[in-house]
Design a protein around this ligand. Sequence first.
Ligand SMILES: Cc1cc2nc3c(=O)[nH]c(=O)nc-3n(C[C@H](O)[C@H](O)[C@H](O)COP(=O)(O)OP(=O)(O)OC[C@H]3O[C@@H](n4cnc5c(N)ncnc54)[C@H](O)[C@@H]3O)c2cc1C
Length: 414
Amino acid sequence: MHAVIVGAGIGGLITALRLHHEGIDCAVYEQSEQIRELGVGINMLPHAVRELAELGLLDRLDETGIRTRELFYTHRLGPEILRRPCGLDAGFAYPQFSLHRGGLQGVLLRAVRERLGAGAVRTGHRLVGFEQDAGGVRARFADRRGDPLEPVRGDVLVAADGIHSTVRSLLFPAEGPPRWNGVLMWRGATDWPDFGTGRSMIIAGGTAAKLVVYPIAEGRAPGTKLTNWAVCVQTGQAGDPPPKRQDWAREGDRAELARHLGRFRLPLVDHVRLVQATRECFEMPMCDRDPLPHWTRGRVTLLGDAAHPMFPMGSNGASQAILDAVSLGGHLARHAEPGAALRAYQDERLPATGEVVLRNRAGGPERVIDEVERRAPDGFSRLADVIDAATLEAVVSGYAQVTGAARQQVNRPR
Ligand SMILES: Cc1cc2nc3c(=O)[nH]c(=O)nc-3n(C[C@H](O)[C@H](O)[C@H](O)COP(=O)(O)OP(=O)(O)OC[C@H]3O[C@@H](n4cnc5c(N)ncnc54)[C@H](O)[C@@H]3O)c2cc1C
C-alpha cells in the first residue's frame, strides 16, 4: 500500500504520521517550493491533542504552544458573560493548546522527516490532475512555472490541499468558489504582557463585530507571551461574493481595521495598543463551503479543509483534520480493498464534520455572546436580567457534543 498525500498543511502532515503509525507507506506532495511557517494563532482541542500525544508529540507541543486554561466570553463593552475552564482544567485527560499555526506545522514536518525520511515531503509539486484504474491512481504534478513533473502512482490519493482544493474542484467541477458569510477578519500576533492567568483566551462582542485575544507561545521577555488577536467585522451579507480571495497570507488594510477597534472595551487587555504594536497584520474574508454528498471517488478522497472548510469558531479547523487522519489511517489498516477503506472513512467522518460546518455557520459556541448582544446591545449591569445561566451553558455544551469534544471529558471541571 502506498498513499499519495497532496498538501503539507496540518491535515496532510498529520495524515502522513498516522499512516506511518499504521504501517502504511506514503509521501506528501506540496505545491510551495519551501514550507514557511505561516499563519498566526490556531487551537487544538483535547480530543485532537490526545491523538498527537499518542504519536509521542506532547513534549513538542509544550515547547511550541500554550496550554490554554480558560476561555471567557465577554460583552463588546467589557462585562463578562461566561467563563469556562479548558483542557485539563475542564476535566479532560489532555490539555487544549493554543499555538502558532506555523509552529504546529513545523512540529509535524520535523516528525514526518524524522520518521518517514527526509524525502517524504516533496515540495514544489502542485497537483494538477489524476487518473485512476482498477490497480491504482496516477497523480500528475506541475512545478512553479507550470511545467509538468514526473507523475506519481499510488494505491490511494488523499487530498489535503485546503479550502481551494484542486482535487475537490475536479470531483465537483460545478461547485464554484468558497461561500462568504459577510465577515472580514484581521489577524496578527505580537509579544505582549501576560493577562488573566497568562493562559486565558478572551472572545468579546457578537455577530456584528468580534474580538478574540489569546497567547500562543512564550514571549521573548519574561512575563510576556506571543499574543494572537483577531478582529471579525460584518461588512457584507452572507452569500455575497467575497471582496477578495480567501488567502491566509494577504496583508491587512490597517486603516480600515483601525476604524473598528473603538467598538470594543476589554478590561484585561489594551487591544488598540496590542494591534498597533503588531508588525504583520493579515486580512481575509471568513469563508466555508457547503457539506458535500461524498468525499471519496474510487481510490481518491478528501481530508481536512479540502473536505470540510469551516468558519473558525469553536477551534475546530485543525482538530477535525486530525480526527480525519486518525479515522483514515485506521480504515486503511483494517480494509484489504483501498476503495472500501476510503468509503468507510467517508461514512464515519463526513456526517460528523458536516454537522460542525453547519453549527459554525449558526455561530458555534459563540452563539452565547451573539445572543447576549442581540438582547443587550448597549451592555448590562446584571447578566441574569438578560439571559439565564442554563441557556448559556446549553449552547456551549451542545456544541461540544457535536464536535466530539465532550465525549472525552473524564473528570468534573476543576
Ligand atoms: C498559509 C496558511 C496559513 C494559515 N493560517 C491559519 C491561522 O493562522 N489560523 C487558523 O486557524 N488557520 C490557519 N490556516 C488554516 C488551517 O491550517 C486549516 O484550517 C486547518 O489546519 C486544516 O488544514 P489543512 O491541512 O486541511 O489545510 P491547509 O492548512 O490550508 O493546508 C493545505 C496545504 O495544501 C497545499 N496545496 C494546496 N493546493 C495544492 C495543490 N494543488 N498541490 C499541492 N499542494 C497544494 C497548500 O499550499 C497548503 O500547504 C492557514 C492555512 C494556510 C495554508
